[in-house]
Design a protein around this ligand. Structure first.
Ligand code: IPM
Ligand code: MG
Length: 351
């Protein structure tokens, strides 16, 4: 069971260190090796996804990632940006299925900016296609036309790409409330009309799962109006990027949300849904729980270790019930702890 650990930039190294400690505490004999991705990789090698990292990531069964990016790399040319490392590893390893659960823990009901009756008990799973769409479509660029600059990108999906992410959504729904809402913009975009048509075709193989469709603008509205109406949402790369950030904030803190990006064989990259938070990097105050919960997803999806995954998730619930909070989820009457102490608490709660 080989895990490639990519701490990345900003708070990445601090939070992955805690997730690694949690994995080690399970005593399951993982082989773990670290490599560089993102800004730290650009600094060391000039490439945000260097060859040594490619080699290790390809050989590993699973990848645990912290976060990439920071202001010091923002002015670099596009191919040297840390984000390019992240997009590169997703594409290189064919990690087309991005699972982003948004769950509101009862202890954190007050952390949401929405009224608690709107979000209490929230449990939705956003499934975002991750290796296609306008993120990777050709042609793309900025060209000169009639004496002015014209920027262009291409939204493109083949039916096989839509079909395989559709299957992931229906399979996931089968293990939950058996409802899939597919999000598109078929009233304007041909590409997403095909998306809708193929989703309807795929749904014929899943008569036990209810399929509905929603236009993306309405979906954005419904997510804040009545988020509990959703079970599984499935959508393309770009809409999924936007809707998953929106969904994460329903839970109050993006510091709690894990994610998994899987290929067809359940090889996966696991990372918190949040970014590298350069403003608090190195201070030992970042919330490691999203990364620890990502490690739980790693146990479940890549290694099929359901029991170990549940154990980690139960430990996280326990530390919340015990009142431990990092700054992002702190409220009066709870105990404020740092990154390392939160890791200690989770490990203690595993027992
Ligand atoms: C995400 C991020 C990335 C994306 C960026 C960092 C390239 O926003 O994982 O949601 O747009 O996919
Ligand atoms: Mg995003």
């Amino acid at each position: 069971m080989k895990i490639c650990v990519l701490p990345g930039d900003g708070i990445g190294p601090e939070i992955t260190a805690q997730a690694v400690r949690v994995l080690q505490a399970l005593d399951l004999k993982f082989e773990m090796e670290e490599a560089l991705l993102g800004g730290c990789a650009v600094d060391a090698t000039g490439n945000p996804y260097p060859e040594a990292t490619q080699k290790l990531a390809r050989q590993a069964d699973a990848i645990l990632l912290g976060a990439v990016g920071g202001p010091q790399w923002d002015s670099l040319p596009r191919e040297k940006r840390p984000e390019r490392g992240l997009l590169g590893i997703r594409k290189d390893l064919n990690l087309f299925a991005n699972l982003r659960p948004a769950i509101l823990y009862p202890e954190l009901a007050n952390a949401s900016t929405l009224k608690s009756e709107i979000v209490a008990g929230l449990d939705i799973l956003i499934i975002r296609e991750l290796t296609g769409d306008i993120y990777f479509g050709q042609p793309r660029g900025v060209r000169e036309e009639n004496g002015e600059r014209v920027g262009f990108n291409t939204m493109v999906y083949s039916e096989s790409e839509i079909r395989r992410i559709g299957r992931v959504a229906f399979e996931a729904a089968r293990k939950r409330d058996k409802r899939v809402c597919s999000v598109d913009k078929m009233n304007v975009l041909e590409c997403t009309q095909l998306w809708r048509d193929v989703m309807v075709e795929v749904s014929k193989d899943y008569p036990d799962v209810a399929l509905s469709h929603m236009l993306v603008d309405n979906a954005a509205m419904q997510l804040v109006k009545a988020p509990k109406q959703f079970d599984v949402m499935v959508t393309g790369n770009m809409f999924g990027d936007i809707l998953s950030d929106e969904a994460s904030m329903l839970t109050g803190s993006i510091g709690m949300l894990p994610s998994a990006s899987l290929d067809e064989n359940n090889k996966g990259l696991y990372e918190p849904s949040h970014g590298s938070a350069p403003d608090i990097a190195g201070k030992g105050i970042a919330n490691p729980l999203a990364t620890i919960l990502s490690a739980a997803m790693l146990l479940r999806y890549t290694f099929g270790l359901e029991e170990a995954a549940l154990r980690v998730e139960a430990a996280v619930k326990k530390v919340l019930a015990q009142g431990y909070r990092t700054g992002d989820i702190y409220e009066r009457g709870t105990t404020k702890v740092g990154t390392q102490e939160m890791g200690d608490a989770v490990i203690a709660a595993l027992a």
